[in-house]
Design a protein around this ligand. Structure first.
Ligand code: ADP
Ligand code: ADP
Ligand code: ZN
Length: 216
């Protein structure tokens, strides 16, 4: 969990490699639906383009389906974003006798968030994330892994929408952290995401590895 641009996707990409989990990003799932121009996709676009949260009933239905399809370890990114979504997820995971093990919270200051989002780029073919200054590709504008794939910028990564998304985070999503802090058996790992990605990654990896070791 963390505000837009804190580094959730970046850290999740690294952690799933380290721990052999599947990365499930609600934003990526919604963007794929949006790109298909389906009726549902058009409905999602109305909220996403305005930087507002998609209504809980739509989110819960789509994410429940996505979670069900995963067999094995799971890293959720961008979901849940409201307490109602968290409760629905808990119910689904309890029924599957597979509750959450840990919640990773990445913090970042507003000025850093704005710089990160302004320079965020991604590969449309493989999904790999970049930053024009902080994580540049070897050849400017192109993915390191996919020959000739031109990096793209998200349509909602503009200043006005970012402000709205930050507001939505404070008004609706921050409460989810409090919700999880009230769960006894759940480990909360809080990291300062203002630092370089490798430093953040090392800290999260160590914290999760020690949880893993304690469980064995
Ligand atoms: P970021 O990585 O910048 O935090 P995401 O890719 O996670 O952004 O989300 C992009 C947009 O998709 C959000 O602004 C919101 O409109 C929608 N969205 C993603 N996940 C959720 C969710 N769990 N609940 C409601 N809306 C969501
Ligand atoms: P989120 O998923 O939380 O919205 P991302 O992981 O997409 O955030 O990161 C936002 C942008 O900032 C991306 O362009 C990414 O390359 C860059 N970035 C992520 N973490 C860091 C970091 N620790 N230091 C500098 N840039 C970062
Ligand atoms: Zn690529």
């Amino acid at each position: 969990m963390g505000p837009p641009g804190a580094g959730k996707g970046t850290q999740a990409e690294r952690l799933v490699k380290e721990f052999g989990m599947k990365h499930l990003s609600s934003g990526d799932i919604f963007r794929a639906e949006k790109a298909s121009n389906s009726e549902l996709g058009l409905r999602l676009a109305r909220y996403m383009d305005a930087g507002e949260l998609v209504p809980d009933d739509v989110v819960v239905e789509m994410m429940a389906k996505a979670v069900t399809q995963v067999d094995g370890g799971l890293m959720l990114d961008g979901f849940p974003r409201t307490v109602a979504q968290g409760e629905a997820l808990d119910k689904q995971l309890a029924e599957a006798a597979s509750p959450l093990d840990a919640v990773v919270v990445i913090t970042a200051d507003d000025d850093i968030i704005v710089k990160r989002i302004a320079g965020r780029r991604a590969c449309p073919l493989c999904g790999r994330g970049y930053h024009v200054t902080f994580m540049p590709p070897r050849r400017e504008g192109y993915c390191d892994d996919c020959d000739n794939a031109e990096l793209t910028q998200r349509s909602d990564d503009c200043e006005a929408t970012v402000r709205q998304r930050l507001e939505a985070y404070r008004a609706q999503t921050e409460a989810v952290i409090g919700y999880y802090k009230g769960c006894d058996s759940l480990a909360i790992v809080e990291v300062d995401g203002n630092r370089p990605a490798e430093v953040v990654a090392d800290e999260v990896t160590q914290a999760l590895a020690s949880l893993d070791a304690a469980r064995v």
